[in-house]
Design a protein around this ligand. Structure first.
Ligand SMILES: NC(=O)c1ccc[n+]([C@@H]2O[C@H](COP(=O)([O-])OP(=O)(O)OC[C@H]3O[C@@H](n4cnc5c(N)ncnc54)[C@H](O)[C@@H]3O)[C@@H](O)[C@H]2O)c1
Length: 455
């Protein structure tokens, strides 16, 4: 089947290339999201296998795509132990479980759609990029935001000179209070040793976007941030250990009862409720999860250690500057706000579908609506970016056109390395040279910064 999908559309054949084929590694929230593209466009993408240890999620994919038992596995290593059975693999395991399958499937010749972050160390990110290049396979890292019509339009305007030379970018990632409590205080991304630091797990997207907008190499970074609120000494007097037995719960902004149980009783079943039980959530299951599982814990009594707010300052080639602000304490949930200041004008984006372009010479203010995802898709996550990323990857496979992939190994590696350098800057309290960090490692950059400060 893989060979068939790779066949060029020769003369006399249909102008439409055959569908690409893919296997899913990790059929959790993200793996099923990308598989959805195959449900909506079976003429473009066929899902032909799955590896997933959790029976409920594995069965969903098996049933949706009518997979035979011999194409269904409980562990990615079983899939990697057999000859290549598809054009591509979609790797959507958790952060610390990207490097091993990415290397193995690259060596088997699979094209790869890899969830972000690439990996959780600079060394492993480099190994993945090298493996993709060595094997001459496509590697698209899921920096979904690069792919939206909104961001494509912003980049088109900037590259066309619409606002002159870019001199500064100001970017906000509002994580959202309940979202932060779910994912980064009680959930899978709360501890650095189990996933990675917050700037990587949440904002590698944002540093990547800033680098993409500026279009130049980053030279220096500084950063500040901390666990400012979700810690024991901020616990309100009288609060309990779990929301279901807490006297303060009715007025607590982070009540797990209000986030999961009340909406479930009203019939809601989607994320984040779906993320706290193993199968389809029901009110008794959710109540049980809150009574004994991690998602019912008081947010001031968790074992979290990742920053709940952080700022990063960056200096790029030519003195272009940029700042990223991210915080848990926002009402918007991940709807970024980006302002790009140029020598001839200014662009302001709402992170979704609206751009405002102001021209200094004419004083004209133009509002541009770009739209998000097609009305027909259910892949509306990240302002439609999930759809556009999957579409670009599949089209790159079918058309044999790697230029459709906007987040390949080189650009992703570069923006990930800025993220690592920024985090090292936060920890050391120093302004770090990104080229030094890239060339000689983060420790060397910190040592050089110490020397510079002393000198
Ligand atoms: N691009 C984005 O905007 C975005 C958004 C959210 C999450 N993510 C990233 O996507 C990845 C997955 O996140 P998620 O929310 O889907 O997590 P998830 O926990 O829902 O899914 C991960 C799945 O991997 C499975 N798995 C574990 N061991 C496995 C093995 N040996 N073989 C095969 N599968 C295995 C788990 O059972 C689970 O179902 C993470 O790296 C996360 O940071 C990216």
């Amino acid at each position: 089947m893989a060979a068939e999908a790779r066949r060029p559309s020769g003369e006399g054949s249909s102008p439409e290339p055959p569908p690409a084929s893919a296997i899913i590694v990790g059929a959790g929230a993200r793996g099923k999201t990308y598989a959805q593209y195959g449900l909506e466009h079976p003429d473009r993408l066929r899902i032909v296998g799955v590896a997933e240890p959790r029976a409920h999620h594995r069965n969903i994919v098996q049933q949706r795509f009518d997979l035979p038992p011999e194409a269904v596995f409980t562990d990615w290593t079983q899939l990697a132990a057999r000859p290549r059975m598809a054009d591509a693999v979609i790797i959507a395991t958790q952060d610390t479980m990207h490097v091993a399958p990415a290397m193995a499937f690259a060596d088997l010749g699979y094209h790869i759609l890899l969830e972000k972050p690439m990996a959780v160390s600079t060394h492993d990110c480099q190994r993945i990029a090298d493996a993709a290049k060595r094997n001459n396979v496509l590697l698209a890292v899921c920096h979904v935001l690069r792919y939206t019509p909104y961001m494509r339009k912003m980049i088109e305007l900037i590259r066309s000179g619409a606002i002159g030379e870019v001199v500064n970018v100001s970017h906000l990632e509002p994580i959202g209070s309940w979202h932060f409590a779910h994912s980064y205080v009680r959930g899978a991304w709360r501890r650095e040793d189990e996933s990675s630091f917050m700037l990587m797990t949440k904002c590698c997207h944002d540093i990547d976007l800033i680098r993409h907008i500026v279009g130049k190499s980053c030279q220096r970074v500084a950063s500040f941030g901390s666990v400012s609120h979700f810690r024991r000494d901020k616990k309100p007097p009288g609060a309990g250990m779990r929301c279901l037995s807490c006297s303060v719960e009715p007025t607590c902004p982070f009540s797990a009862k209000r986030l999961y149980l009340d909406p479930c009783r009203e019939g809601h079943r989607g994320w984040p409720i779906s993320g706290i039980t193993d199968g389809e959530p029901t009110p008794p299951d959710v109540e049980e999860a809150l009574s004994s599982g991690p998602y019912g814990r008081c947010v001031y009594e968790c074992d979290n250690d990742v920053c709940d707010q952080q700022v990063v300052s960056m200096e790029f080639d030519g003195g272009v500057t940029a700042t990223l602000t991210t915080a848990a304490f926002t009402h918007k949930v991940c709807q970024r706000h980006t302002r790009v200041f140029g020598t001839r004008g200014e662009l302001e984006g709402d992170g979704d579908s609206e751009l405002v372009w102001f021209d200094f010479a004419t004083r004209a203010r133009k509002v541009i609506h770009t739209g998000t995802a097609p009305a027909t898709t259910r892949m509306t996550g990240h302002g439609g970016a999930d759809y556009h990323l999957a579409d670009a990857f599949v089209q790159a496979l079918r058309q044999r056109d790697p230029t459709r992939v906007l987040s390949g190994p080189d650009e992703t590696l570069e923006s990930h390395l800025i993220v690592f350098a920024a985090e090292a800057a936060r920890r050391s309290g120093q302004v770090l040279s990104v080229p030094t960090a890239l060339k000689h490692g983060l420790h060397a950059a910190a040592a050089a910064a110490t020397g510079a400060a002393r000198g």
